[in-house]
Design a protein around this ligand. Structure first.
Ligand code: NDP
Length: 685
């Protein structure tokens, strides 16, 4: 089906394995520039309880059977398949009012987030079905009782209720961590732009890459769906604070302690440094950034700069520079290539933004941009939702309320003055918690004071200056590896943040028991649990033959003074503790000359390595290296090496093996402890 060429059509929902249209014709969704109908939306007739049950029963078990690496490979395949089809998404995206650059953030940004989670999942998560969280907690002196936290996927469905401004990214940034965690999802896009989400989901389903039911779509209202959520489900919400509060206090959400993540209004601020007056690079960068944040997506970004906080002495120059830059913004139909800013998503949205500008006028005056008569180069002035960028100035922000409270979700920002760094921080805090703030300064002391002052009130803080001018990703861009969400008014939620985001869809459980039981449950060898030694050297075993708990106990080796001197002269490390008996004795930690830590590690390798070619391909590092007890000449070392974790790579002929390595002296006291990381072939050659 060629969706973009077709006439306005009834959007369908994808539930319980089928695409179905609502029982009624539905509400028309209009092109933001021309007012022409794009689609009709309605979800009446859907059995929402069955939709939830289908996700839980059909897709949940299938996703949980997969390992993290298999799910990561699935996300990669899905991302690549969507990338191939992206021009179709771009064509439809124009109807939402998005320019090509706006759509890039939504479409390439969304697919890029899927791909980023695919690669991070592959690199940062083990190839298992359960995650461990933190170290083993020893609970008995004799080592017979311990505990470890594990994370396992929740067994419900994640209901993602999304905003109208990012119909593609808004869906994919939530789906990527959800699916990687092993949880199915129901996507409910905002109606206004749901036609783009519907197209992307249609293409996702067609690929057949996801287990059936892993993603379901509701085009239209969610009806009584929330009445049926329970404690294994998750609800995420992006949109207005009023709807968010309503859903968060839904009886089933409260009654069943359903995890609820909210991302709502946010009065994001950007601060111009006291050092960054006109003529500095930071001033120019600031002007560019504020103008870009006001006009990209026509200011309909949850991260857009709403409050511009500038030194009082520079406010006039700033307003003049911003006014000039905003005045050059070419406004019109995004289908027209010369256009730099498109319309708002709908006429209702424009009415809403104009009303909010009126609210802001209680505290501020308009200093650039006419909110009533849009200057457009293309599109329909009557039926299109165009609005000029509007800059306001509030001279007394300490006495003002509206400028810190009212979110005009469009190309609207308010400049306000400050005199000291402390005042700048206080003004940002008056937003009562925001998604992001930024500060433009070339003064590290100013950056430190302002960033540390703002941090508890923000989920992300960006520092802009000349050094990162070319590489900075900018104030308004959430990134897959960084947390997105803010405290207080911003909703109190947290999304993305790399693997942190995956854990929101998993349950953390403290598991207590004997070390052998903990090893069995977690799939990772735990100290003091049973091990098998004495057979074939574990380095002779391929990945297919190796088992967690396979152990080597080596022969011993005595460290001599000649060894220490040889190592010192050979490497050039002649630190006094190895070379000078008197000086070493004066050191509070040593009782005379000691062996180098790296000599101990090297001798340990000499003791445990099996030299002949075999399945072990390479040693790619050590983790958590600690030297625990000094080694003096005459001490005798021995190594216990135990296979701790095995991670076969899905897409290669080898995998990673983590070995627990403990080096002890002649008294059985640990002198060094670390994890040895190796690559091992899946089969013997
Ligand atoms: P809403 O809060 O009305 O809608 C957000 C989402 O919630 C949409 O998917 C909407 O679906 C859904 N929804 C609305 N009512 C219910 C309900 N009773 N039960 C279940 N789902 C519901 O926000 P809008 O999208 O209309 O935007 C309004 C304002 O929100 C903007 O002007 C802006 O101020 C703010 N906003 C903030 C964002 C942010 O990230 N900070 C992002 C977007 C908007 P439907 O569309 O079908 O009603």
């Amino acid at each position: 089906m060629n969706v973009q060429a077709s006439r306005p059509r009834r959007l369908e929902s994808y539930v319980c394995g089928s695409w179905i249209a609502g029982a009624k014709e539905g509400v028309p969704l209009l092109d933001a520039s021309t007012g022409a109908p794009v689609a009709f939306i309605d979800s009446s007739g859907i059995d929402f309880a069955s939709t939830l049950a289908y996700g839980r029963e059909k897709a949940g078990p299938a996703l949980r059977r997969m390992s993290f690496h298999e799910r990561a490979a699935m996300l990669k395949a899905l991302g690549l398949a969507l990338m191939e089809r992206k021009e179709e998404f771009y064509a439809l995206s124009a109807a939402t009012g998005a320019t090509r650059a706006d759509s890039w953030v939504d479409i390439d940004g969304g697919i890029g987030t899927l791909l980023s989670y695919a690669s991070k999942g592959r690199r940062e998560l083990p190839n298992t079905r359960v995650l461990v969280d933190g170290d083993v907690e020893t609970l008995a002196r004799d080592g017979t009782f311990a505990a470890r936290h594990i994370l396992s996927p929740l067994q419900g469905v994640a209901v993602h209720i999304n905003a109208f401004n990012f119909p593609c990214w808004g869906m994919l940034e939530k789906l990527a961590p959800t699916l990687l965690a092993g949880m199915p999802a129901i996507v409910k896009p905002a109606s206004q732009t749901a036609y783009l989400t519907e197209l992307v989901v249609r293409r996702m389903v067609e690929t057949g890459i996801l287990p059936e039911g892993a993603v379901q779509l509701i085009s239209g209202s969610v009806g009584d769906l929330l009445d049926h959520v329970d404690g294994q489900d998750v609800v995420t919400f992006t949109g207005s604070a009023s709807t968010g509060r309503k859903l968060k206090s839904h009886p089933a959400v409260i009654g069943n302690s359903v995890r609820f993540t909210m991302e709502a209004d946010s009065l994001n601020a950007s601060v111009l440094g006291l050092d960054a007056g006109p003529g500095t690079e930071e001033f120019d960068l600031f002007v560019k950034e504020v103008a870009r944040e006001m006009t990209s997506k026509a200011g309909q970004k949850c991260t857009a700069i709403r409050r511009v906080i500038a030194p009082r002495v520079h406010c006039d120059a700033l307003v003049a520079a911003l006014g000039e830059r905003l005045g050059k913004t070419v406004l019109g139909n995004p289908a027209d290539e010369t256009v730099r800013m498109g319309p708002l998503a709908s006429l209702d949205q424009r009415t809403e933004v104009r009303e909010r500008i009126r609210d802001l006028l209680a505290d501020a005056e308009i200093v650039a941009g006419d909110p009533d008569t849009p200057r457009i180069v293309s599109g329909d002035a009557e039926a299109g939702a165009f609005l000029n960028p509007v800059l306001l100035y509030c001279d007394r922000p300490w006495e003002a309320k509206a400028v810190h409270d009212v979110e005009a979700f469009g190309p609207v920002s308010t400049v306000m003055p400050y005199d000291t760094a402390g005042e700048a921080v206080d003004l940002t805090r008056r937003g009562k918690g925001s998604l992001v703030a930024s500060v433009f300064t070339n003064d590290p002391a100013f950056a430190e004071e302002v960033v540390l002052g703002m941090a508890p009130f923000h989920g992300r803080v960006l520092i802009g200056n000349r050094a990162s001018a070319k590489t900075s990703t900018g104030h308004g861009s959430p990134l897959p590896g960084l947390v997105h969400g803010g405290p207080g008014r911003a909703g109190g939620g947290e999304e993305l943040g790399g693997m942190r985001g995956v854990k929101h869809y998993m349950q953390r459980t403290a598991v207590q028991g004997s070390p052998t039981m903990l090893s069995a449950v977690t799939g990772r060898w735990v100290a003091d649990s049973e091990a098998r030694s004495g057979g074939e050297h574990p380095f002779r075993k391929s990945l297919a033959e190796l088992r967690i708990g396979d152990q080597l106990v080596t022969a011993s080796r005595t460290v001599t003074l000649e060894d220490i001197e040889h190592f010192a002269n050979f490497t050039g490390d002649t630190f006094y503790a190895h070379m000078d008996e008197e000086a070493a004795k004066a050191n509070p930690f040593f009782d005379g000359r000691v062996a180098h830590g790296y000599l101990i590690v090297s001798f340990a390798a000499g003791l445990f390595v099996d030299p002949a070619p075999g399945p072990v391909l390479a040693n790619y590092g050590v983790d958590n290296l600690r030297f625990l007890t000094p080694v003096n000449p005459g001490d005798t070392l021995k190594v216990q090496l135990t296979c701790k974790e095995i991670n076969p790579r899905a897409d290669a002929e080898h995998g990673e093996v983590r070995w627990d390595c403990r080096v002890t002296n002649q008294n059985g006291v640990a002198v060094a402890q670390y994890d040895v990381l190796t690559m091992v072939a899946k089969t013997r050659s």
